[in-house]
Design a protein around this ligand. Structure first.
Ligand code: CS2
Length: 557
């Protein structure tokens, strides 16, 4: 039977269990433009914003795709409606989303995007364009002025292709028309993400016109924020299941974990939706939260991705169900926490436990191949910065070194059993050239460590770190992931440092989206909830929790 398409007309026909918007889906106006309207923004920004539209319909979100027309083409026949499915081992919760006012495709008509951005009704521009969308020299944070797309936009500022090009064209149009600039809110996993965005956008503007560059640097607000929600790419199986649950056909749903966190610096000169009412934390200084998330969650994710790709573990849940990998991730987190300086209200031990449970979510199917993408853009803030801090503390970074070595091994495009692996990275050509020039781990390390745009020179110059990475790469090359992890877990790497006295007891992790109508207590944060992909308890794999508990016990004594 062909199901009718999800749309404003069919909203009323959705199954009773589906949460619906508490406002007229056709009655909202654009106050936010979002560049990079992928799954993440639709499962995070939109979820925090939707419940607020009933009180103030002027904060609707206009999405912009910087590359493909797929989202626009799928959502246009649905009046921009879609479903957001929160999933874990305990079940699935569907919300009908109606917070988008439309989707534009920038490459088709960049002028139309600039015109919408210049509209005085637009007060905030949010961004999730992924790390590479900032066109930074990854290890240094500066705009990559040699980047082909940036060069294009500098030469054709009225036909921009890039995020900095679009923003600067719009800011210029606003200033020329006497309209104050919008606030730019970065939702990507960059260090000090607002400041990082300001650096590249202001530099781009300066290259066009020094006065404009100063105005961008001085007059545009770029608050920092930390975002967190695991939102894997939607699969066909998700679409089929969601259609059956909805009773109508949604061509473009998003699937995410129930957990969500958003910590924002409160600097919005033209106002903002009251996101604190839907669970966001508004703080003066986001940096500790952002560093915690980038280094603990994203750092662990990248290590799981490369080790998982090499070992043949296709999803994060499959990987973390391996006791040896879970134990390694616990050790990695011990290494990371010595570099964090958290407010007293944050319980890092609870954060770590919750993270392991989130990784074990059997319903997400978060592919290691997806996280493995763009390593050259991710590792500087996820692993290299942490290693640098460890070295400055006089400590080694053996677990981080294994993560980096796994990335180098992954660049050989072959898993431990010889299957083909796909390297998808803006620096792919340079990286693969280095790999193909040698089969020798030592010269590969030397070659990659000599790339200052990827590895910060200060770290690259550390013999201690280079030796640690080389040793790990040699082990991975000789023994493969499983044997290397077993060796490491048998104690060859184990350092036993007390992490900043933060491993206290088990208050629940802070954050989480406020319930927008029918919430209830969050699930998915308890170790006891961990399940393997077949739904079996994986308490046996809770090496991380066990190690933590035993250290806490030891310290109390
Ligand atoms: C992941 C992130 O793909 C990746 O690199 O590490 O997308 C991660 O799932 C999110 O940052 C979670 O908030």
């Amino acid at each position: 039977m062909t199901l009718p398409r999800l749309s404003r007309d069919t909203l009323a026909r959705l199954a009773d269990a589906v949460r619906r918007p508490a406002f007229d889906a056709g009655g909202i106006a654009t106050g936010i433009v979002h560049l990079g309207i992928g799954a993440f923004a639709r499962a995070h920004l939109a979820r925090y914003t939707q419940p607020l539209l009933a009180d103030d319909p002027s904060w609707g979100i206009l999405g912009v795709s910087l590359r493909s027309a797929a989202t626009r083409d799928a959502l246009a026949p649905q009046d921009w409606l879609y479903t957001c499915a929160d999933r874990d081992g305990g079940g699935e919760r569907l919300t009908a989303m109606a917070s988008l006012t439309g989707v534009l495709v920038a490459p088709e008509d960049p002028g139309a995007v600039v015109a919408r951005l210049a509209d005085p009704a637009v007060r905030i521009v949010t961004l999730s364009v992924t790390e590479k969308g900032y066109h930074r020299v990854a290890a240094q944070g500066a705009l990559d002025e040699d980047d082909v797309s940036i060069r294009h936009d500098l030469a054709h500022p009225d036909m921009p292709r890039t995020m900095p090009g679009l923003l600067v064209a719009a800011i210029r149009a606003r200033l020329d028309a006497g309209v104050p600039p919008f606030t730019v809110l970065c939702l990507d996993n960059l260090p000090e993400n607002g400041d990082s965005t300001r650096r590249v956008v202001a530099r781009f503007a300066q290259l066009i016109d020094p006065t404009l560059g100063r105005r961008v640097a001085d007059d545009v607000a770029f608050p920092n924020c930390m975002v967190d929600r695991i939102v894997p790419a939607t699969r066909d199986a998700d679409r089929q299941r969601i259609d059956a649950l909805l009773g109508v056909h949604d061509a473009w749903p998003v699937v995410c974990e129930p957990f969500s966190q958003w910590v924002i610096e409160d600097r919005f000169p033209l106002g903002r939706p009251p996101w604190e009412r839907t669970g966001a934390q508004l703080v003066d200084d986001v940096r500790p939260y952002e560093t915690m998330k980038l280094r603990l969650l994203n750092g662990s994710h990248s290590c799981i991705a490369y080790l998982g790709q090499l070992a043949g573990w296709q999803t994060v849940a499959e990987a973390i169900a391996e006791p040896a990998l879970a134990s390694f991730i616990d050790a990695l987190m011990q290494e990371v926490v010595t570099t964090l300086h958290m407010p007293a209200s944050v319980d890092l031990a609870a954060y770590r436990r919750a993270m392991l449970a989130r990784f074990a979510n059997p319903a997400l199917h978060h592919r290691t191949a997806q996280i493995a993408m763009d390593g050259s853009q991710k590792l500087p803030q996820r692993l290299f910065a942490t290693a640098q801090d460890r070295l400055a503390q006089g400590l080694g970074a053996p677990c981080i070194a294994l993560g980096v070595a796994a990335w180098l091994r992954f660049l050989h495009e072959r898993s431990d059993d010889g299957s083909v692996l796909i390297v998808d990275d803006p620096k792919k050509e340079t990286l693969l050239r280095a790999v193909r020039a040698t089969r020798n781990p030592h010269s590969l390390c030397e070659a990659i460590f000599a790339m200052p745009d990827i590895v910060p020179p200060r770290l690259a110059n550390s013999k201690r770190f280079r030796d640690e990475v080389l040793a790990r790469l040699q082990e991975l090359t000789a023994y493969g992931v499983r044997n290397t992890l077993s060796k490491i877990n048998r104690g060859e790497k184990c350092h036993d440092e007390t992490p900043n006295g933060t491993d206290s007891d088990s208050r629940a992790v802070r954050g989480g989206i406020a319930d927008d109508g029918a919430g209830g207590p969050r699930r998915g944060l308890q170790p006891a909830d961990r399940r393997d992909p077949q739904g079996r308890s994986i308490a046996c794999c809770g090496t991380g929790e066990r190690a933590l508990a035993s250290r806490e016990h030891h310290r109390r004594r």
